[in-house]
Design a protein around this ligand. Structure first.
Ligand code: FES
Ligand code: FE
Length: 429
């Protein structure tokens, strides 16, 4: 068996793929990830709908950086680094809000909503070399937006966002097109943590193999509300695909039994909702034609955008991002994304779904977290050095219960972690 690196074994001829469990436990590996992955890839920072009006802001930590996502008084959405250019204090201490200025609590330097420095107490004490322009709040090297999704990149030479997203753009379009007026983050955020390596959650987020065993209870519940799982299982199998989208991004796409508050009515939603769903669907058909409308409304997808953004467009759209605090500990944030023009009734259905399945107290997430933490504890048995990710490797068309999507992630991860110089995602490439 040929070793591609110390991290993975990728034997395409034999159909074997293994991941060295050291990558889940080793602090040095995490240091390398911070340098080679999180400092060079495009990282999701937020959605422009989270700051709808001039002065609106959200402060959060993105890839280890405290940042402020803010819409300036010129309506431009910016990402500012949340550190005073004087001596470092964070200028924004609220999680969200609306403000004309950010005043540093330490010595009261004041910045406007574009990040420009507009007030310095006792400014006449500085020499003529002091320039307010130079002391504006800094931004990540690159900030860009694809259809409302705002990303940052801390590498000034990295390829642009459009190219970086590669085949993932098509799938972001399927989400962004769910409303004629645009999509919005439903106010509020789910924040939780897991005692597990962050890459275990990447794997889990589009792992079709674990569904029936880990989430038995949910499928039991679906049976209880009258959804015929055997018929639905056949439907999932007949409409499914797994796609390598390039640059480490991957997606699984399939039909699901539980309906979607886009325009996919199922009996459990109740007869009283049927006409409204049919009308919604008619409008989708008009806008996109039947085939694309069917795909938007009736298929679901779990999309992984390398390295740490997951969009689960299933019974509700969940945006999930996570970051390692330690090799065996990550912090996770999740938001619901919904059509701006959604009816109150559909919104209630969506948010119920958002909580019921993927919420931190829902049917899925506690079971998933339990499994990830169990893997992490299992890794204490260092005698077992490798995990197996070979499923479906020799199949021409792997299914969503195979592991192509994970191998796509791991191959890119390995490439970035082992290249002699961190040069692979450059503009010139
Ligand atoms: Fe912000 Fe001094 S550190 S004003
Ligand atoms: Fe799961």
């Amino acid at each position: 068996m040929e070793k591609a690196s110390n991290y993975i074994i990728d034997d395409q001829e034999a159909g074997l793929f293994r991941v060295n469990r050291r990558v889940f436990t080793d602090p040095e590996c995490l240091q390398e990830e911070r340098k080679r992955i999180f400092s060079h890839c495009w990282i999701y920072a937020g959605h422009e709908s989270e700051v709808p009006h001039a002065g609106d802001y959200q402060s959060r930590t993105v890839a280890g950086h405290p940042i402020i996502l803010v819409r300036g008084d010129d309506s431009v959405v910016r990402v500012l680094l949340n550190t005073c250019t004087h001596r470092g204090a964070m200028v924004c201490r609220q999680k969200r809000g609306s403000a004309k200025t950010f005043q540093c609590p330490y010595h009261s330097w004041t910045y406007n909503s574009r990040g420009q420095l507009i007030g310095v107490p006792g400014e006449d004490s500085y020499s003529t070399a002091f320039s307010r322009d130079e002391m504006a709040l800094a931004s990540p090297a690159q900030v860009d937006n694809y259809r409302g999704f705002v990303f940052v990149c801390f590498d000034p030479e990295a390829q642009g966002l459009h190219d970086y997203l590669a085949g993932a753009r098509e799938y972001l379009d399927l989400v962004a097109d769910q409303s004629e007026l645009g999509m919005r983050i439903v106010p509020g955020q789910q924040s939780y943590s897991a005692r597990a390596n962050w890459k275990l959650l990447v794997e889990n987020s589009y792992d079709g193999y674990h569904g029936l065993s880990t989430h038995q209870r949910y499928f039991g519940f679906l049976g209880d509300v009258g959804i015929d799982m055997r018929a639905q299982d056949a439907a999932i199998r007949s409409h499914q695909k797994v796609v390598n989208l390039g640059n480490g991004h991957a997606v699984i796409e399939y039909q699901v039994p539980w309906g979607r508050p886009i325009a996919d009515w199922v009996p459990s939603f109740g007869e009283h909702r049927k006409a409204h769903f049919q009308e919604l669907r008619r409008r989708f058909d008009e806008r996109f034609g039947k085939e694309r409308a069917w795909r938007i409304c009736e298929t679901s997808r779990n999309l992984g955008i390398f390295p740490n953004l997951v969009i689960n467009d299933i019974m509700a759209v969940t945006i999930r991002t996570f970051y390692p605090v330690a090799p065996d500990y990550m912090e996770i944030n999740a938001w619901a994304l919904a059509p701006l023009d959604e009816s109150a009734d559909n919104s209630a259905l969506r948010l119920d779904n958002f909580l019921t399945f993927l919420g931190p107290g829902g049917f899925a997430t506690p079971d998933d977290v339990e499994m990830l933490e169990s893997c992490q504890r299992g890794f204490l048995n260092r005698e077992v050095g490798w995990s197996d990710i070979s499923r479906g490797m020799k199949r021409e068309h792997p299914s969503l219960t195979d592991e192509l999507q994970m191998r796509t992630f791991w191959r890119r991860w390995n490439q970035l972690m082992t290249e002699p110089k961190v040069r692979r995602a450059r503009k010139a490439a």
